[in-house]
Design a protein around this ligand. Structure first.
Ligand code: HEM
Length: 404
């Protein structure tokens, strides 16, 4: 079949459970032009180089093809994930002040006890003999509760922002046979509603800080000043969405992959100190962010002998780079002791994941909490039903029950 339709085949829901053979095909061709003029890149070295190349823009306003978060679609400007330096750098540093080093080195680690408690309570709900949906009963509520605590968003508002979040995330979805315009409109409306909601919440903390990140973002002024009200809204939306839509998939993929690999599971149960390495291997082997859907070259750029023209939408398939045999030995093997595992699961370069320390901690604690139970569980359905989204990929449900 023609490589021109490769992205359509990847986006096809039938490929969701196992897109990896299509990624292998992509790697054979280097940079692949699609019939809509966009380009796909799936080899490790090329993706890494492009992610470090200042001629590759993340600025949504430079896009030639409108998307859910783009200009003309939306009166709310992009968050820093959709901006280039120096704007990106200023906003990322302001957002980092209350989150991580050098100003707040203890913020993530301070959550350790609470994450362990929440994971334990959720796992206690796994009564013997009962069928469990790992997604709805564990992997979704854990990161949502944690990001709410971190930001200072009341958990009882979860049903409201879940609907917005679903619409925003559906905006990245290119699954064929749906109404793309309606999807973009819903995503834009949801993003605006969530921005207003978080903006009001943050404003209510002005002068009345409650120890959370929204309070810090609205009250603390560093040498570089602070976020203006619009920046505060776009940053909060980004943190709330990025803070849970991805981690749920990493935890779920972790359970699925360990149940499919009993040897790795047994090894981890014998030696739980391997958990940090196992989580890195999961980020390589089944990364929740499969691809970065649209970068824009600011000049003509040559990749593997193909010239990608200035302005052409560029899709970097991280999950394919993670299985590149030129970079990883036996890339299709799940190996929790893999050395030199510099995967692309958190991206690379200036936009590499802001929340990686939190995502790692949550997933390590989540899987460690489940470890004693996993040996007695079996998958009810394999492969499980997946979400439609090919960018943020993961099971929609993962039913498990007592083995035997
Ligand atoms: C397993 C969970 C996670 C995965 C796989 C993941 C993955 C990624 C990836 C691949 C990027 C790069 C995007 C790009 O280059 O355009 C990214 C960026 C980002 N992530 Fe995560 N992420 C996760 C969890 C989190 C969490 C928990 C937070 C927030 C607390 C977060 C906040 C962000 C932000 C704000 C950015 C934008 C960084 C920038 O533009 O400088 N992520 N993430």
């Amino acid at each position: 079949m023609s490589t021109e339709t490769l992205f359509r085949r990847i986006a096809d829901y039938a490929s969701r459970a196992d897109p990896y053979p299509l990624y292998a095909e992509l790697r054979e061709h280097g940079a692949v032009r699609q019939d809509d003029g966009s380009y796909l890149v799936g080899t490790y070295d090329e993706i890494a180089a492009l992610l470090h190349d200042p001629r590759i823009s993340s600025d949504r306003r430079r896009r030639t093809v409108p998307d859910a978060l783009g200009p003309g679609q939306d009166d709310v400007p992009p968050a820093f994930i959709g901006l280039d330096d120096p704007e990106h750098d200023r906003l990322r540093r302001l957002a980092m002040r209350p989150f991580g080093p050098p100003h707040s080195p203890g913020r993530v680690d301070a959550l350790r006890g609470e994450i362990t408690r929440i994971a334990g309570e959720l796992a206690d709900g796994f009564a013997d003999g009962k069928r469990i949906d790992v997604v709805d009963d564990f992997a979704y509520p854990l990161p949502v509760t944690v990001i709410c605590r971190l930001l200072g968003v009341p958990s009882e508002d979860e049903p409201r922002f879940r609907t917005w979040s679903d619409s925003i995330v559906a905006g990245f979805d290119a699954t064929p046979d749906e109404d793309p315009e309606q999807r973009l409109r819903s995503a834009t409306e949801a993003r605006r509603a969530m921005a207003l909601y978080l903006g009001e919440l943050a404003e209510s903390r002005r002068g009345h800080p409650t120890g959370d990140m929204l309070s810090a973002l609205v009250n603390d002024e560093g040498p570089e000043g602070s976020l203006n009200p619009i920046e505060l809204m776009t940053t909060s939306v980004l943190l709330l969405i990025a803070g849970h839509e991805t981690t749920v998939n990493l935890i779920t993929n972790g359970v699925l992959t360990l149940l499919r690999h009993p040897d790795a599971l047994a090894r981890l149960r014998d030696d739980p100190a391997l958990m940090p390495q196992a989580v890195e291997e999961l980020l390589r082997y089944e990364p929740p962010v499969q691809m970065l859907p649209q970068r824009t070259p600011l000049a003509d750029i040559e990749v593997s002998g193909v010239t990608i023209p200035q302005g052409a939408p560029l899709i970097l398939v991280l999950a394919s780079g993670n299985r590149d045999p030129l970079r990883f030995a036996e890339p299709d093997r799940f190996d929790i002791t893999r050395p030199d595992n510099q995967h692309l699961g958190f991206g690379s370069g200036i936009h590499s994941c802001f929340g990686a320390p939190l995502a790692r901690l949550e997933t390590q604690i989540a899987l460690t909490t489940l470890l004693p139970r996993l040996g007695d569980l079996r998958l009810v359905e394999d492969p499980p039903p997946y979400r439609t989204n090919q960018v943020l990929r993961g099971p929609r449900h993962l039913l498990v029950e007592a083995a035997g």
